[in-house]
Ligand binder design. Structure first.
Ligand code: PGA
Length: 242
């Protein structure tokens, strides 16, 4: 595991963009797993800036959104599809997303898993970490051999998205996500963490026991994990660069 501690969220975005851009320059047809959330917003705008400047190109990149809410109209406010449409302007070749209004969530996961299998494994999976240690929508308790599937979203996760959906009651109870095993199979993993409120969970994930109680702790098993954390998020790692 490589931990890169940077000063602040802006530094995190630049460092993460360096890592993604260098992978894509080495492998222009890379297959990427992309997260949503506040943490990667700066990364997406930094990559878009480099793309506009001609310093990075994504036209052969295949992207997979790592998760989505289920049981709402496709692209409704609060969904990851809405996030990608508004915040991720990269000109990738294809962006595969779960359909949040698919008639059958299991069938939708089978469709997505088959696509992932035909293009995968992911060359790079980029992840945020939830306050409860989730990665993608793998909530606490998710088995490490889990695959793409529908999941019950935790109260913590639903609360975190309450504003985007216009109230907790409107946040879907089900998510669709790639599994922990899909994440562990990615050739490289990049975990991003920013801010004080992530310090404790990041320390549990990286320095604590490997347990399904903290799904991100599974990343300790990944052979090529890079963590980029700003100072506030890295504050509880005893030796941030270790
Ligand atoms: P955040 O979400 O980046 O908005 O903190 C992280 C996550 O839940 O994965």
């Amino acid at each position: 595991m490589r931990i890169i501690s940077v000063r602040d969220a802006a530094g995190l975005s630049r460092m993460a963009a360096d890592i993604v851009a260098s992978l894509v320059s080495e492998r222009p047809d890379a297959v990427l797993g992309l997260p949503t959330g506040d943490t990667p917003l700066g990364l997406y705008s930094e990559l878009a800036k480099r793309e506009r400047a001609g310093a990075a190109g994504f036209s052969r990149v295949m992207a997979f959104a790592v998760d989505e809410f289920y049981g709402v109209l496709q692209g409704a406010p609060g969904t990851n599809a809405a996030y990608f449409a508004a915040r991720v302007t990269l000109g990738v070749k294809e962006l595969h997303q779960f359909r949040s209004d698919a008639p059958d969530p299991d069938a939708e996961c089978r469709r997505f898993a088959a696509l992932l299998l035909s293009h995968g494994p992911l060359d790079l999976v980029i992840l945020g970490i939830g306050a409860n240690g989730h990665i993608a929508f793998n909530e606490p308790g998710s088995p490490f051999d889990s695959r793409t599937r529908p999941v019950k979203l935790s109260a913590v996760t639903r609360r975190a998205h309450s504003r985007a959906f216009g109230g907790i009651a409107l946040v879907p109870r089900t998510g669709l996500t790639i599994g922990v095993a899909d994440i562990l199979e990615a050739r490289r993993a990049l975990l991003l963490a920013s801010g004080r409120r992530k310090a404790q969970v990041l320390a549990r994930a990286l320095r604590g026991p490997i347990t399904t109680d903290v799904p991100a702790s599974a990343l300790q098993l990944h052979p090529d994990l890079t963590v980029v954390a700003d100072r506030a998020a890295a504050a509880m790692l005893d030796d941030p660069e270790g």
